[in-house]
Design a protein around this ligand. Structure first.
Ligand code: ADP
Ligand code: MG
Length: 379
C-alpha cells in the first residue's frame, strides 16, 4: 500500500508526500452498550486500514483527495466550513484539524492530502475512526509535533462528536489508536483508560455483515439509553457501572420490568468483559467464546437489540467446527455478527453459513476474515 500511496499522491499533486500514516479499523469484541453506562469494553484493531499521505504547503490551501472518492476538494484555510454532498467525507479530516487546534496541537497551515483504504466504508468496522486517527497522526507529524496517543485519540473522537456530528463513544478511536497485533484493547470508558490484553493462540475473526438495519435504529438507541438511565436512577447510582452486586435483585419492586431487563444486560455484560480479560490471560479461548455467545444471548433476550437475521447467524456459527463463540457486534438492531474461531474454521465453513443464511433470507451476507493488527502508526 505504501508504494501505491506515494504513486497516487505524486500523480494527484505533482510531488511526493512528506509523511505517510496508517490507522486500522476495529471490531467491538465484547462490551455491548456498556460505554454510556460508564462500563468497560474490549475491541480488536483489525488488519484493514486507512492510509494517509500528506505534504505541507506554503500557502493556506487545504486540498483533500481520497482513493475512495472522486475529485479533489479544495478549501481555503483557516475557515472550517462543514461540507455536504459528495464532499461530506472531508468533514472527517477537517473535523480532526479543528479538534487538534482545540486541543492545542499544531498542524500545517496548508497541505495536500490523500487517503487510501482497504476498509469497507460504513460497514461497522469504523473506517471513520481509522481516517480520523491516520489524519491526526499525519497533521501533527507534518507540523513536527509528537503528541501522546491519548490526546490524538481524544481529539479524533471530539472531531467525530462535534464536527461530523456522530455521538460515538471512545471505543472506535481508542482501539484504532491503541491497537496492537495479537492483542485486544481493553477500555475503561469512564477514565477513559486504555490497556492491551494478549489474544492467545491462533485466533481468527470472521464477520458476517447482513446489511440489514432497523428502520427506527436511532430511536431504539435513544430508548435503550433512556431505559438504562432510568434503571440507574431507580438504583440510586449515577451510572449502571456503579450498581453494587445484588442491588438489581434487591430493588426489583422499584424498577419497571423493561428497565430492569436492560440493567441486567448491562451489569452482566460489564462482568463478562472482566471475565473475558481473565480468560484471555489464562489462554482459554473456549471460555472466551462462551462469554461471547452469552453476550449475544443477553442482547437477544434482555437488551432486545438483536434481530432474527443476527440470531440466525449466531445459531449457525456456534454449531460450526472451529467456532469458539459468536455475537452481534456494534449497536445491534441489524448490522453484523462476529465470530472468534480457530484455523479449523475457513472459507468452506464460512460459505456454508452464508448459504444457509441465503436460503432463509434470500440475500447473502458479506464475509470478512480478519486478524488483529497494530494501531495507528507513522510509516
Ligand atoms: P464506519 O465507521 O462504520 O465505516 P461511518 O459512517 O461512521 O461508518 O463512517 C464512514 C464514512 O467515513 C464514509 O462515508 C466517509 O465519509 C468516511 N471515510 C472513511 N474512510 C474514508 C476514506 N478512505 N476516504 C474517504 N472517506 C472515508
Ligand atoms: Mg464510524
Amino acid at each position: 500500500m505504501k508504494s501505491a500511496l506515494i504513486a497516487r499522491f505524486s500523480a494527484e499533486f505533482g510531488r511526493p508526500p512528506a509523511c505517510l500514516t496508517r490507522a486500522p479499523g476495529r471490531i467491538e469484541f465484547i462490551g455491548n452498550h456498556t460505554d454510556y453506562n460508564g462500563g468497560t469494553v474490549l475491541g480488536a484493531a483489525i488488519d484493514r486500514s486507512v492510509w494517509v499521505a500528506l505534504a505541507p504547503r506554503n500557502d493556506a490551501q487545504w486540498n483533500f483527495a481520497s482513493g475512495q472518492k472522486d475529485g479533489v476538494v479544495r478549501l481555503r484555510g483557516p475557515e472550517f466550513v462543514r461540507q455536504s454532498g459528495d464532499a461530506s467525507w472531508v468533514n472527517y479530516p477537517l473535523g480532526v484539524l479543528r479538534s487538534l487546534q482545540a486541543f492545542g496541537l499544531n498542524a500545517p497551515t496548508g497541505f495536500d492530502y490523500l487517503a487510501l483504504s482497504d476498509l469497507p466504508l460504513g460497514a461497522g468496522l469504523s473506517s471513520s475512526a481509522a481516517i480520523e486517527l491516520a489524519s491526526a497522526l499525519a497533521f501533527t507529524r507534518a507540523a513536527g509535533a509528537e503528541p501522546d496517543r491519548e490526546r490524538l485519540v481524544k481529539a479524533a473522537r471530539d472531531a467525530e462528536n462535534s464536527f461530523v456530528g456522530v455521538p460515538c463513544g471512545i471505543l472506535d478511536q481508542g482501539v484504532s489508536g491503541f491497537g496492537r497485533k495479537d492483542h485486544l484493547v481493553f477500555i475503561d470508558c469512564r477514565g477513559p483508560r486504555f490497556e492491551t490484553v494478549p489474544l492467545p493462540g491462533d485466533a481468527h475473526f470472521w464477520i458476517f455483515n447482513t446489511h440489514t438495519k432497523h428502520a427506527l435504529v436511532d430511536g431504539l438507541y435513544a430508548a435503550r439509553h433512556r431505559e438504562c438511565m432510568e434503571a440507574a436512577r431507580a438504583l440510586d447510582v449515577a451510572l449502571l457501572v456503579d450498581a453494587p452486586a445484588g442491588a438489581l435483585a434487591a430493588s426489583a419492586d422499584r424498577i419497571p420490568p423493561v428497565a430492569a431487563k436492560r440493567a441486567r444486560h448491562i451489569i452482566d455484560e460489564i462482568a463478562r468483559v472482566g471475565a473475558t480479560v481473565t480468560a484471555l490471560r489464562a489462554g482459554d479461548l473456549a471460555a472466551v467464546g462462551r462469554l461471547l455467545t452469552a453476550s449475544h444471548r443477553s442482547s437477544q433476550t434482555l437488551f432486545e437489540n438483536s434481530t432474527v437475521e443476527l440470531d440466525f447467524l449466531v445459531d449457525q456459527l456456534v454449531d460450526a467446527p472451529g467456532v469458539y463463540g459468536a455475537r452481534l457486534t456494534g449497536g445491534g438492531f441489524g448490522g453484523a455478527v462476529m465470530s472468534l474461531t480457530s484455523p479449523k474454521f475457513g472459507d468452506t465453513q464460512a460459505r456454508t453459513v452464508a448459504a444457509a443464511y441465503e436460503r432463509r433470507f434470500g440475500a447473502s451476507p458479506d464475509i470478512l476474515h480478519l486478524q488483529t493488527a497494530d494501531g495507528a502508526e507513522i510509516l
